[in-house]
Design a protein around this ligand. Structure first.
Ligand SMILES: *Cc1c(COP(=O)(O)O)cnc(C)c1O
Length: 311
């Protein structure tokens, strides 16, 4: 990946002259079966550009109570766009109940914000959500004239876990954000995809948000490398996460695996943190994420260290 970055052909992307960035945008959009793509600095910038493109002041988007777009992005839609969120609880499978969504859509009445957008997430907290749900969500969105945005920061994890192509899911979405910098292992960057008109408008918002980058082909080359080399191997992360959860459970620690994440429970966290630190393992919280820099040896070391805790 570093070699691909060093070799990247570059130009000024603010003027649309960076060939590597254009190649990444095209390649990502093609994989997702959407018309066009936009390389952005982060998943947060991507979701915010999507919100600002789909919604105006006084418009509303529906999202999960714990959705990244609502909970973990600093309220950007409200701060920069005057866009009102309508959060709803996630179901245990990571979906929003479509009856809840339908009930939350506001009538066309000037007492209410205008509901414009349904935001979904896949994977949600590591849970992969299959095409059937997106088919139903899209039908509902169409019925009420809503657009459908997918925060697919970890979409490739979902596709690999479900053994389908990503476009089996993205075909139901008007816009999709994917992170290159999570399980795919690029140092930085996300791609926002949608139809050509949407991407033209989102490109304008990206500039407004300070996200017009110059010779960013160096970064885009890492993203292209990640898409070419690091998608199928996500299955290894999922396998290791399963082994990690099994190992923790064997050591008497409650653990729940979802794709590349393990939710660790049942041990008072300060005690666990101190114990794991003795083995050189830094624990920041109950969600442990397996990624391409964790190999089988690392995994054994983590399980062995945790096993010492239960005694
Ligand atoms: C990480 C993540 C984001 C945001 O990505 P950043 O690049 O960290 O801004 C958005 N949504 C989900 C589901 C994520 O996991």
């Amino acid at each position: 990946m570093r070699a691909a970055m060093a070799d990247a052909e570059v130009g000024d992307d603010v003027y649309g002259e960076d060939p590597t960035t254009k190649r990444l945008e095209k390649s990502c959009a093609e994989r997702l079966g959407l018309e066009a793509g936009l390389f952005v600095a982060s998943g947060t910038q991507s979701n915010l550009a999507a919100l600002l493109t789909h919604c105006g002041r006084g418009d509303e988007y529906i999202a999960g109570q714990d959705a990244h777009t609502y909970r973990f992005e600093g309220g950007g839609g409200a701060a920069f766009g005057g866009i009102q969120p309508q959060p709803l609880p996630f179901q245990p499978d990571g979906t929003l109940d479509l009856d809840d969504v339908e009930a939350a859509v506001k009538p066309d009445d000037y007492h209410f914000a205008k509901t414009r957008l349904l935001c979904l997430e896949n994977t949600q907290g590591g849970r992969p959500i299959g095409p059937g749900y997106f088919d139903r969500a899209k039908a509902l969105a169409n019925r009420y004239g809503l657009r459908l945005h997918l925060d697919g920061a970890r979409l490739f994890n979902a596709a690999v876990a479900l053994a389908i192509d990503v476009d089996g899911i993205t075909r139901y979405c008007d816009s999709v954000s994917v992170c290159l910098s999570k399980g795919l292992g690029a140092p930085v960057g996300s791609v926002l995809c949608g139809d050509s008109d949407f991407i033209v408008a989102a490109r304008r918002w990206r500039k407004v948000l300070g996200g017009g980058m110059r010779q960013c082909g160096i970064l885009a080359a890492a993203g292209l490398y990640a898409l070419e080399h690091n998608v199928e191997r996500l299955a290894d992360d999922h396998r290791r996460a399963r082994e990690l959860a099994d190992g923790l459970r064997a050591a008497g620690i409650a653990a729940d695996q979802r794709t590349n994440m393990v939710y660790v429970d049942g041990i008072e966290s300060a005690r666990m943190r101190a114990h794991m630190a003795t083995g050189g393992v830094r624990v920041s919280g109950p969600r442990w994420v397996v990624h391409l820099d964790i190999d089988d040896g690392d995994l054994r070391h983590i399980v062995d260290t945790a096993a010492g805790l239960s005694g």
